[in-house]
Design a protein around this ligand. Structure first.
Ligand SMILES: *[C@@H]1O[C@H](CO)[C@@H](O)[C@H](O)[C@H]1NC(C)=O
Ligand SMILES: *[C@@H]1O[C@H](CO)[C@@H](O)[C@H](O)[C@H]1NC(C)=O
Ligand SMILES: *[C@@H]1O[C@H](CO)[C@@H](O)[C@H](O)[C@H]1NC(C)=O
Length: 409
């Protein structure tokens, strides 16, 4: 699957194409203005300011649900900036694009009844010594990887050892720690093919083979000791579903006689297939993490009708709740996770939940909104209320990840 965007031609293409293109920019991810090729900035914070860990500190009490809690102020954040970290994707570089408020940078997650420590890069790298971690998913998976590289940058920058030139499949090595980090682009987790464009007004439509592995990533997983799986917003694009090589439905109104199926139905099946791939792979011995659905926060309209996200503070627990489709998506993925975890036990495979949906629901203030790009006079650019500013609340995903990893030591 290739989604090449040509930024230079945008001004001369008709508006209808802009819609499709911008949809692609927003909901997908192409590394358009990719920052990974750049030279590392000098690391600002001195390494000596960090505690050196040869021993891994104790995790929080195992009985404590670290995902149940609230955001509390943290004047010490952020732990990197757009100047100290080169790994920030241009569209998530809110500092660079002039976001005026900075309060969104200064919160940490406080679980009820225990503490979630702020990410400690030395500790993470020590735990991952000689190991390897893969992230499989869409642009939000990449968003987390970029946060991780930035958080780790206080300790070490990795070497780019990507096997291909494809920006969707990057690989890095932390030489001091013999740790490999990789990202696998698979927004649907299962085999997907771009179908014929049915209409120029629609973003390209995909055929989704709900029961077939996406071998671009599944073939490689035996190499990894830790695999973080996630998926989300691509499932709301127009998709035709296939099972057992037959067309079984789609998720949009159509004039033919294709059955309309719910998005969460397909979402659950895709996770089932992804987990089945791991559970059925003889050589796979890794710990599998599910990072749960990341809600968007459009207010005042949907993403393509002026929706925005301009809040500057987190919600309190009682100020919002997960709604409609998001609940169904969340529930179906967690249900598949639980089944896969049971199945995995037969082979002593570990499954761990990064249950970030609730914490992120409370962060309407953490998205780029209009600060993922410069204002463009000829073009209305859509507000991004899906991805997360870096630095920003998504850094907490790595706080959670490290804490859950420590429980397995
Ligand atoms: C970082 O953000 C500041 C504004 O906070 C901006 O002046 C600066 O040019 C940005 N630097 C980079 C490298 O993006
Ligand atoms: C609807 O399905 C029938 C039988 O499956 C088929 O013969 C017919 O061509 C289909 N109609 C459309 C518009 O696809
Ligand atoms: C939410 O709870 C806080 C106390 O934590 C309270 O002050 C506030 O009024 C509540 N808001 C709503 C909308 O219920």
């Amino acid at each position: 699957m290739k989604f090449k965007l040509k930024a230079k031609t945008q001004e001369s293409t008709p508006p209808i194409v802009h819609l499709a293109t911008l949809c692609t920019i927003l909901l997908t991810v192409i590394v358009l203005y990719n920052n990974f090729g750049g030279q590392p900035f000098p690391v600002a914070s001195p390494r000596s300011s960090l505690a050196r860990y040869s021993v891994i500190s104790k995790p929080s009490r195992k009985g404590c649900d670290i995902f149940n809690g609230e955001w509390v102020q943290n004047p010490e954040a952020p732990y990197y900036t757009n100047e100290t970290c080169w790994a920030i994707h241009n569209h998530q570089n809110c500092m660079k694009h002039g976001r005026p408020d900075t309060e969104y940078l200064r919160w940490r997650w406080k679980p009820r009844g225990c503490e979630l420590p702020i990410f400690n890069p030395g500790e993470f790298l020590e735990l991952m010594r000689g190991k390897s971690m893969a992230f499989v998913g869409d642009s939000l998976a990449r968003n987390q990887v970029q946060s991780l590289i930035c958080l780790l940058s206080r300790e070490e920058y990795p070497e780019d050892v990507s096997p291909t030139k494809h920006l969707e499949f990057k690989r890095w090595r932390y030489t001091t720690y013999d740790f490999t980090l990789a990202i696998f682009w698979s927004p649907y987790l299962v085999k997907a093919r771009e179908a014929e464009k049915s209409s120029p007004t629609l973003a390209s439509q995909f055929n989704l083979y709900l029961d077939e592995f996406d071998e671009e990533w599944t073939r490689k997983m035996a190499e990894f000791s830790h695999v973080v799986i996630s998926a989300g917003h691509w499932f709301t694009r127009p998709v035709i579903y296939y099972e057992n090589h037959r067309r079984v439905g789609c998720n949009f109104e159509n004039t033919g006689n294709v059955t309309r199926l719910s998005t969460f139905h397909a979402y659950g099946k895709a996770f089932r297939t992804a987990f089945r791939a791991l559970n059925s792979m003889k050589d796979y011995k890794g710990i599998t993490y599910l990072r749960t659905f990341s809600p968007s926060h459009f207010e005042g309209g949907p993403w393509n009708k002026g929706g925005h996200c301009q809040r500057t503070r987190p919600f309190k627990r009682n100020e919002t709740s997960l709604e409609g489709n998001d609940i169904d998506l969340y529930k179906s993925q967690v249900e598949e996770f639980r089944k896969a975890k049971e199945e995995g036990k037969k082979r002593k495979l570990k499954y761990r939940l990064l249950d970030t949906t609730r914490p992120m629901l409370l962060r309407p203030d953490g998205h780029p909104s209009t600060y993922g790009h410069w204002p463009h006079e000829k073009l209305t650019l859509y507000n991004d209320c899906v991805h997360w500013c870096l630095p920003g609340p998504i850094d907490a995903w790595n706080d959670f990840l490290l804490e859950i990893m420590k429980r397995d030591v």
